[in-house]
Design a protein around this ligand. Structure first.
Ligand code: ADP
Length: 657
C-alpha cells in the first residue's frame, strides 16, 4: 500500500490531528535432465540427434512397499508417467490415501550440481501452497531412490487434453488461463519463476482443477532487479530473452511469455513457433515469427492478448495483474471444467450469458486466489536445505523433518494464518462499492421524514433503535499515513491515504484488511496477527502506534459496546463546524465542534445523540423531528444540526465537493 512510503520512525502528533476533545514436450536443456548447454550449433545438433538415454530410465520400479526411515509404509501402485529425470508411481499410505510419488534414481544424481538442483526443486515445491499448484506432501529416500510425494493428479495434463481434442474452445481456455494466472501470480509474489511452464506440466486434479507441477527448473529471484542467465526451458516455450543467455538475462516475464505460448497452442492446436529443427524454432522465437492461420479462426480479442503476451521485449508484456483485465476474458466463461473436456468439446459454452459469464469469471478468479493480496514471504533457500548431513543420505533434515506429512495434516490452517476472504452482507457490499448510493437513499429518507412531520406517528413504520457502533476516538495523520480511529467496540482501524484500511479486532488475534483492487473493487481479507503478511507488518506498526497514542491521550466519545458487527470507516471529511464519518454499515456520524455528536443510521430512519457526558440515546428520526429535540437530553440547535447533516449527506449524494 503506497501510503506508507516512509520507513522512518513514527513522529509525534500535533493537536490539530486529534479528535476534538483530546488530548510440457520433451525439454532440451532442463538443468538436470538435459544439462544447461548453450543453444546447439548445426554440427552439435547432428550429434545430438543420436538419442541420449533419459536419466529417468535409471529409475527402476520401486519395491511394492516403500518404508520410510521413520517407519511409515507406502504401498506402490500403478506407473503414472515419466519425465526426463523422474518416473512417477501411485503410492498409498496406511489410511488408503493415494498420492503420486515422483521417483528419482540416486544413480542419476551423479554430481553435486545435480544434487543441488534436486534439493532446490524440493525446497521450492515444499514452500508452496496454492489451489492451482500440485500440493507437496512429503519427501523421503531409500538406498535406491528419492521419493517426492505429491497430491495425485489422475486426469493427466493439458498436453494430453490437447492431443485428444486437437483444439480447445475459447471459453474453456479462458477458465484454464484464470487458474494458471492465479498460480503464477502466487509464484511470482513469492519470488519464484517456474521457467518450464508448458502444457505437459499443468495437470488436472480429480475435480478437473488445473495444478502446476514440476518445479525442476524453478528458481528464486532475490528481487525484481535480479536476473537469471542460465539457458533452460523447453524449445517451443523458451522466451526470446532466455536465448540471449549471458547477454540479456531473464526474469519473471518468461512465465508470462509461456502463458502466451500455451494459450496459442490450446486455441490453434500447436505452439506458435513449432518446427522440426530446434534451431528453426529459436530463430522464429528471436524474431517472434508466427501467424494466426486463417483456417483456424480465433477471436480478435484472443489474438490481441496472445500478441501482447508474446512481445519480444519482456517489459512490453502485460504484468501478471494485467492479463486478466484483457477484453478476451469478458467472453463466455464456464463455471468449471468438466471431465468431458478431456475428450470432447462440451456443448453450449458459447451460449453462457454475459451476466453468468461475469459471475463465473469472478468466482474463478476468487478460487484461483487472484484477490488474495501479495502477502507471502519470498521463498528462501538456505545452505542447510542443500547439504546432506549423513554420508548415505541425500535429503537434509531441513527438507524432510522426520515427518512432514503428519505436520502438514496436523496444522490448523488458522494457525498458519493463511489469509481468508471475508464475505459481508449485501448492505456492506453496497456501501463499500457505492457510497453515493447510500448517501442518496439516506438524504431522500431524511427529506421524506421532514415532509411527513405532521402525520400521525402511530401509523408510521418505525425503525429498531439500538445504539449504533460509533467512532469513539480519532487521530488525523493523513499528511503522513492516514486516519486512525477507535470504535466503541474497541476495534482500532487506520484508513491509510491510499484508501485501504487495516482494522485490528479487539480481543482477537485476527485483523482485517479492506483493500481496493483495480477493476475488481473492494475485498476484505482476514489475517492472523501471529503470522502477518510481510507487507502488512509496517502498517500494523502504524496501527499499534495510533492505538497506544489514542489509549493514553484521548478521551472517549461513548461507552464501550460489544461488537455486533464489523464496521470500517469508509470516508471522512472535516469542516470548521464538524467532522463527518461515513461508515461501511451505511451510518453517518457527525462530531460537532460543541462536543455534541449525532449519528444517522438505518438509512436515515434513526438518529443517535451522544452528549458531551457520553450519554447515548437513539430514536426514530421522525420522532425527533416532530418533537424538535431528543426526549432524554436536549441538544443545542437540534433541528439546525439535523439540517446541516442533511445538507452534508446531500452534497455527498450528488458529488458536490
Ligand atoms: P520430470 O522432472 O522428470 O520432468 P515430472 O514432474 O514432469 O518429472 O513428472 C513426470 C511424469 O509423472 C509427468 O509427465 C506425469 O505423467 C507424471 N506426474 C507427475 N506429477 C504427477 C502427479 N502429481 N499426479 C499424477 N501424475 C504425475
Amino acid at each position: 500500500m503506497s501510503a506508507i512510503r516512509s520507513q522512518q520512525p513514527l513522529q509525534p502528533l500535533n493537536n490539530g490531528q486529534l479528535n476534538a476533545r483530546g488530548t510440457n514436450i520433451t525439454p532440451i536443456k532442463s538443468v538436470r535432465r538435459h544439462k544447461e548447454i548453450p543453444i546447439p550449433s548445426a554440427d552439435q545438433n547432428k550429434q545430438q540427434k543420436k538419442k541420449k538415454e533419459k536419466l529417468s530410465a535409471l529409475c527402476k520400479t520401486p519395491p511394492s512397499i516403500v518404508r520410510t526411515r521413520n517407519g511409515r509404509d507406502y504401498r506402490r501402485g500403478n506407473f503414472l508417467g515419466e519425465g526426463g529425470f523422474a518416473r512417477c508411481f501411485q503410492m498409498k499410505d496406511s489410511s488408503g490415501q493415494i498420492y503420486a510419488a515422483k521417483t528419482v534414481a540416486k544413480a542419476s544424481i551423479k554430481n553435486e550440481k545435480t544434487k543441488t538442483k534436486l534439493l532446490s526443486e524440493i525446497k521450492i515445491h515444499k514452500s508452496l501452497k496454492h489451489p492451482n499448484i500440485v500440493n507437496f506432501v512429503d519427501c523421503f529416500e531409500d538406498d535406491i531412490n528419492v521419493y517426492i510425494l505429491l497430491e495425485i493428479c489422475p486426469n493427466q495434463s493439458l498436453m494430453e487434453l490437447l492431443k485428444n481434442r486437437k483444439r480447445v474452445s475459447e471459453p474453456e481456455v479462458r477458465y484454464f488461463m484464470v487458474q494458471v494466472v492465479g498460480a503464477i501470480k502466487y509464484l511470482h509474489s513469492r519470488n519464484v519463476i517456474h521457467r518450464d511452464l508448458k502444457l505437459g506440466n499443468i495437470f488436472f486434479d480429480p475435480e478437473m482443477n488445473l495444478k502446476i507441477g514440476d518445479f525442476g527448473l524453478a528458481s528464486v529471484l532475490p528481487s525484481n532487479e535480479h536476473k537469471k542467465y542460465t539457458i533452460c526451458g523447453t524449445p517451443n516455450y523458451i522466451a526470446p530473452e532466455v536465448l540471449g543467455g549471458k547477454n540479456t538475462g531473464h526474469s519473471f516475464e518468461v512465465d508470462i511469455w509461456a502463458i502466451g505460448i500455451m494459450m496459442y497452442a490450446l486455441l490453434i492446436g500447436k505452439p506458435p513457433f513449432q518446427a522440426k529443427d530446434v534451431n528453426v524454432i529459436y530463430e522464429r522465437i528471436k524474431k517472434t515469427e508466427y501467424c494466426f492461420p486463417e483456417e483456424k479462426p480465433i477471436s480478435d480479442s484472443a489474438k490481441q492478448l496472445i500478441k501482447d503476451l508474446l512481445s519480444l521485449n519482456p517489459l512490453n508484456r502485460p504484468t501478471i495483474d494485467e492479463v486478466l483485465a484483457y477484453e478476451w476474458f469478458k467472453g463466455p466463461f464456464p463455471d468449471k471444467t468438466r471431465e468431458v473436456s478431456l475428450n470432447e468439446t462440451p456443448q453450449g459454452l458459447d451460449q453462457i450469458s454475459r451476466i453468468q459469464s461475469k459471475a463465473n469469471f469472478k468466482n474463478a478468479k476468487d478460487m484461483a486466489g487472484i484477490y488474495t493480496p501479495k502477502t507471502k514471504n519470498p521463498v528462501e533457500i538456505l545452505r542447510s536445505d542443500l547439504q546432506s548431513e549423513q554420508p548415505k543420505t541425500l535429503l537434509p533434515q531441513s527438507l524432510s523433518p522426520n515427518d512432514t506429512k503428519n505436520k502438514y495434516q496436523e496444522v490448523d490452517p488458522d494457525q498458519l494464518g493463511r489469509p481468508r476472504r471475508v464475505n459481508f452482507n449485501s448492505h456492506f457490499s453496497t456501501t463499500i462499492k457505492n457510497l453515493n448510493k447510500i448517501c442518496f437513499e439516506t438524504y431522500q429518507n431524511i427529506r421524506r421524514l421532514e415532509h411527513s412531520k405532521h402525520e400521525n406517528i402511530d401509523t408510521m413504520e418505525l425503525p429498531d433503535c439500538e445504539n449504533p457502533t460509533l467512532i469513539s476516538k480519532w487521530v488525523d495523520y493523513s499528511n503522513k499515513y492516514g486516519f486512525s480511529y477507535q470504535l466503541n467496540n474497541d476495534d482500532i482501524g487506520v484508513l491509510f491515504n491510499d484508501d485501504n484500511t487495516i482494522l485490528t479486532l479487539h480481543n482477537s488475534t485476527k485483523f482485517l484488511e479492506l483493500i481496493y483492487h483495480d477493476g475488481e473493487g473492494w475485498t476484505c481479507i482476514e489475517n492472523s496477527l501471529n503470522h502477518p503478511p510481510a507487507q502488512a507488518k509496517r502498517q500494523l506498526e502504524v496501527v499499534d502506534f495510533f492505538a497506544r497514542y489514542m489509549n493514553s491521550n484521548l478521551s472517549k466519545v461513548s461507552e464501550n459496546e460489544e461488537r455486533k458487527e464489523i464496521v470500517f470507516l469508509r470516508r471522512y471529511s472535516r469542516t470548521p463546524d464538524y467532522i463527518m464519518f461515513e461508515m461501511t454499515n451505511g451510518n453517518f456520524q457527525f462530531n460537532f465542534k460543541d462536543h455534541h455528536k449525532i449519528c444517522i443510521s438505518k438509512s436515515g430512519l434513526a438518529i443517535t445523540h451522544i452528549s458531551p457526558n457520553r450519554l447515548t440515546q437513539t430514536h426514530p428520526l421522525i420522532m425527533v423531528l416532530q418533537d424538535g429535540n431528543f426526549p432524554a437530553e436536549h441538544v443545542p440547535d437540534c433541528l439546525k444540526k439535523i439540517a446541516t447533516i442533511k445538507e452534508a449527506i446531500k452534497k455527498r449524494a450528488f458529488n458536490e465537493d
